[in-house]
Structures are given as structure tokens and as C-alpha cells.
Design a protein around this ligand. Structure first.
Ligand code: SAH
Length: 363
């Protein structure tokens, strides 16, 4: 690949069908036949990076390979204790010799009991890749228990992981450090909105007397209850109430009828999947945050997230300030956070930073 003016820039993987025609893989000259070896080295580097950060001290579930952030465009690998989830998103990574090199490196370096292939049909279609079935591709294990240690003085929290049953991402590993941060400030009665399988709710239950988790997916709430049972003996809250509901309707009703909480978490799905959807997304975030702010007691805590990378941190903070003004509340920003360190953010590649998580104190 050459820069304008002819200077050598590096080499890239190309796709004949994607809107992203080229994805940089190296700043050196490379030969196509070297791709499997290059990818294997990069996978080892990605593993070494997580080891250097001692992520394992915090959790045995984390992202091992994060696409461009690990100079492996189109490859995602998550580790759930002894089970790995593997996903290829591009033509180059789907080549047989490249896949084999990746899988072999993962087996030698991590010795998993199972490797699952995760498939998003839509992405494979867009990339013009042949349709395949997801599922177990190496070993024999698809279910396991993962652990997260929000602080070192307490026993870890445990969560089930079931590759066959989860939504497309399995668990939300990018929020792990934010769960721990939320736990540091949370108190009183807590509401976890868009709770999925209880990532925040379980952490809140370590410090809050009452916890309610809200989600539209009954299957996710059932997994949440099983997670509660796995951790019951180490929790302060005697139970977690799981509510299957549309979060928008529920927050409107509860804020209108004067329900109050000391801690509220908002972690909605990506509203802005495309740039076009931005203004609808903005209205969605505003509505949720406005309602939550009305429901928080003075001295309360708001943990509010956005995983849409089209919504910048600046825009998100702007939306929050506007919501606070409309709710007639003054809020203090305790922490402006992003994704866990196993999802590296690379300077110069803005797409690698996508998660926003603001922790605010309500005056
Ligand atoms: N906080 C979770 C992740 C949330 S992902 C964690 O840390 O694990 C977003 C969740 O929002 C999904 O579980 C999805 O089922 C739920 N969801 C999407 N639209 C919803 C709606 N309108 N009302 C309630 N839940 C919704």
C-alpha cells in the first residue's frame, strides 16, 4: 500500500465486498504466503499483552484478540475460563490456512477445553463468505463458569457461560472494569436497566440492600437468576428482582409515579449502529437519562453507558448535561470511563474506542 505521493505505507488485507476495502496488517513489506505465520505471531503478542497487564488477576474471562486494536483486523477471540469463542469477520481471516494458524496458536498457548466458533450470518453475507454453522470446532466443552474479582479482598463473583445459549456476544467483557467501579460507589436500593444476565446487578448486590434488574429478554433474566444463585452466599442483597419489561415504558411509568432509587445503571444496546441512526439514538439516550435522573435521590449514583461508537464521548457528555438540565438536577462527574483494558484503545484508530461509561453523583 502506498501513500499519496508514493511513499510506502505498509500492507493491508483486502476485501472484494466490504465497504472497508483495505485493513492495515503491517507497516512492513509482506508476502501473502507469510500471512499465517504473521497472524500466529500477532495472536501470541495479543496473549502476551494481556499477561503483561495481569488481567488474569481480575478475571479469567477477557478478550484475547480485539481485531484492529491487536493488529489482527477481522479477528475476535474471547476467553471464558477454559472455553474460547472465536469469530472471523473478513475474507482474509477466513482462509483455511489462516484459520488453522490461529486455532493452532490458541491451542498451544492457552490449552482450552473447547473452542467455539461464533457466526453472525449478516456479516458473513456482507463479506460474501460461505454460510457456516457456528458451534464447537475444537475440544468438547461449551459451558463453563467464569470469575470476576471486583476487589482483591473479596471472593470472586461467578457467572455461567453457555456458548450455545448466549446472545451474540456471550457476556459483556468490555464492561468488567466498570462493574467494579460501579460497585465502589453504589449504595441503597439499586436499579440495573438493560441488565442482560446481571453483570452490573450482581456487582451491585454485593453492596446494595435491594437490587432490581430490568431487561426485555426473559432468557437473559433467567440466566441472571442462576448467576444470583451461584453467588448468593457472598451478596448483601437477599434477592435480585428480575423484571421482564421494555425499559422505556418502565422508566416512564416509574418516574411519573415517583419511584425513587439511590443507584441506577443504564446500559442500553447500541442505538446508533449507523451514522444515519444518530439523531434517533440521541433521543433514546436522552429519554433514558432524563427519566433516571428524575428517579434518583439526592446523593444518588448514576452509571450511564453507551456502546455506540458513532456517539463520541463529547456528544455523550453533552447529552447527559442536557438531561440533567431538563431534569433540574445538578450532577457531578465522578468518573468518565471506557472499555476494559483487554479491549485496547489505539491512538490514531478512533474506531477502537467505542464504550462510554460515566459515573455521576446526583446533588
Ligand atoms: N448490562 C449488560 C449488557 C446489556 S446489553 C451487561 O453488563 O451484561 C443490552 C440489553 O438490552 C440486552 O440484554 C437486551 O435484551 C436488552 N434490551 C434491548 N432493548 C430493550 C428494551 N427496549 N427494554 C429492555 N431491555 C432491552
Amino acid at each position: 500500500m502506498l501513500e499519496e505521493g508514493g511513499r510506502f505505507l505498509g500492507c493491508a488485507l483486502s476485501s472484494s465486498s466490504s465497504q472497508i476495502a483495505l485493513r492495515m496488517i503491517s507497516d512492513r513489506e509482506c508476502d501473502e504466503s507469510e500471512l499465517p505465520a504473521l497472524v500466529a505471531t500477532r495472536v501470541k503478542n495479543a496473549i502476551e499483552y494481556r499477561n503483561a497487564l495481569r488481567i488474569l488477576d481480575q478475571s479469567n474471562a477477557y478478550r484475547l484478540v480485539f481485531s484492529e486494536a491487536d493488529r489482527l483486523p477481522g479477528l475476535i477471540v474471547d476467553r471464558y475460563n477454559d472455553v474460547l469463542a472465536f469469530q472471523v469477520l473478513t475474507q482474509a481471516m477466513d482462509r483455511k490456512e489462516v484459520r488453522d494458524a490461529i486455532l493452532e496458536t490458541l491451542e498451544t498457548e492457552i490449552h482450552p477445553a473447547g473452542i467455539i466458533e461464533r457466526v453472525e450470518e449478516r456479516i458473513r453475507e456482507l463479506e460474501e463468505l460461505p454460510a457456516i454453522e457456528g458451534g464447537l470446532i475444537r475440544g468438547n466443552k461449551t459451558r463453563t463458569i467464569i470469575e470476576m474479582s471486583p476487589n482483591q479482598d473479596q471472593s470472586p463473583l461467578r457467572f455461567e457461560y453457555d456458548a450455545a445459549a448466549g446472545q451474540k456476544t456471550g457476556a459483556f467483557l468490555d464492561q468488567r472494569e466498570n462493574y467494579a467501579a460501579a460497585q465502589r460507589y453504589a449504595h441503597g436500593s439499586a436499579l440495573d436497566v438493560f441488565c442482560y444476565q446481571g453483570g452490573f446487578a450482581l456487582h451491585l448486590a454485593r453492596v446494595c440492600s435491594q437490587v432490581i434488574g430490568v431487561d426485555a429478554s426473559l432468557a437473559a433474566l433467567e440466566a441472571g437468576e442462576r448467576n444470583f444463585e451461584l453467588n448468593r452466599s457472598s451478596l448483601v442483597a437477599p434477592e435480585i428482582e428480575w423484571l421482564e419489561a421494555n425499559a422505556f415504558d418502565l422508566l416512564r411509568d416509574w418516574s411519573d409515579t415517583g419511584r425513587r432509587f439511590q443507584t441506577i445503571v443504564l446500559d442500553p444496546p447500541a442505538f446508533a449502529k449507523t451514522k444515519k441512526a444518530l439523531s434517533t439514538a440521541r433521543r433514546g439516550y436522552k429519554e433514558l437519562n432524563l427519566r433516571a435522573l428524575k428517579m434518583l435521590e439526592p446523593g444518588g449514583l448514576l452509571v450511564t453507558c453507551s456502546c455506540s461508537h458513532h456517539v463520541s464521548q463529547e456528544e455523550f457528555l453533552g447529552m447527559l448535561a442536557e438531561s440533567a438540565r431538563d431534569a433540574r438536577r445538578r450532577i457531578r462527574l465522578l468518573e468518565v470511563r471506557g472499555q476494559s483494558q483487554d479491549h485496547p484503545v489505539v491512538a490514531g484508530i478512533p474506531e477502537t474506542a467505542y464504550l462510554k461509561c460515566v459515573i455521576a453523583y446526583i446533588e
